[in-house]
Design a binder for this molecule. Sequence first.
Ligand SMILES: C[S@@+](CC[C@H](N)C(=O)[O-])C[C@H]1O[C@@H](n2cnc3c(N)ncnc32)[C@H](O)[C@@H]1O
Length: 386
Amino acid sequence: MDRNAVILSLFAGIGGFEQAFQKAGFTGDVLAYETWSSAQEVIKMRFPSATLFADVQDLPPNLHNADILTAGFPCTDLSPAGRQAGIAGAASGLIIGVLSAIQKQKPEWILLENVPNMLRLKGGEAMAIIGSMLSEVGYRWCYRTLDAQHFGVAQRRKRVFLLASRHQDPERVLFRDYANAAGSKHTATDRRQTAHGFYWTEGNRGVGWGNGVVPTIKGSTTAGIPSAPAVWLPKKPVELRFRTPSIEALETLQGFRPGWTSAAPARDRWKLVGNAVAVPAVQWIAEGLRAYDHLSSVELPGELDVKHGWGTAGVSVGKHVRRARVSEAPLTGPLRRAFTLQRVLEERGSHALSTKATRGFASRLQRSSLRYQDSFMRDLNAYASL
Ligand SMILES: C[S@@+](CC[C@H](N)C(=O)[O-])C[C@H]1O[C@@H](n2cnc3c(N)ncnc32)[C@H](O)[C@@H]1O
């Protein structure tokens, strides 16, 4: 695909899509829509040549004649931690207005992103509505859940990506690792890790445990506070064994350069980073778009059936959806991480988890029915009593 394609980035946040498309070799005009002034400051600093607008509700009918429209639309009404109003909610429902404009102007490519709960909430209503609005005007579309940890960052972050096209075949891009894939196998992830991520704010029903990864970095919890992942470093001296990533470490774990959000007020940086897309997962898709003319068609394993809910991936077939039995990692194997989790903390900085927070977490975990390693609890108790 032409590197000069015009990109219309809606709900731009701190520019995760823009950054990913640039890294994939796209150099055309970028038009970004974002209402939050703190995010706008980041866009202005990082993409000085982009044209910045505010509210997507003021989009012109011609959608700036863009070739590619991207939208990581608000998940507030779709995520399990949010209001759960679904696609009719005031924030997540903004995508419906955008889709109405798309139905008239019909840009060639559409790339949407949101949380996997959109496939489950109210029987996957959000996906059904978005899919049928695209099918009605002749788009071919497919979607796939991708997990950022397989794309080169030390963070577990599953997100649904929907790719649609008017005249081209989006499967070639989103499932290109399955072209000529007979007999291919995943490369197993290395299980010997020196750092383990978890949510220190949890401990009753789950901890978000991760070997070599932090659990999903979130903009905020239901209580409105940043949901902090912590990291256990069992090989370090006891006083250094429980840390939380600095803001620069969080930026790195999302695939941005350290300091990416430095133009924003300090109080907003965490939320801005937590709201963003993990750059390398989008970059993988954007690279597929860039290489489109060289990609071949894909025969996917799967069946025509959404009676039992939406699978993690699927393909539109007329008015139906065929489930695609594909993985959340590229079949070619996980992309190499530039930094292990331990190295991210060492090079980008971290803070001590407070002994009070550690005590609270350890006591919740002990009272829960969750399973954990004895050495983890021993370390928590030793650290909490420092
Ligand atoms: C999930 S975040 C998207 C983050 C983005 N993909 C990134 O990589 O940073 C949703 C964004 O939509 C913005 N937003 C909410 N309502 C909007 C509106 N009416 N017009 C434009 N942006 C809006 C929010 O401020 C937020 O930054």
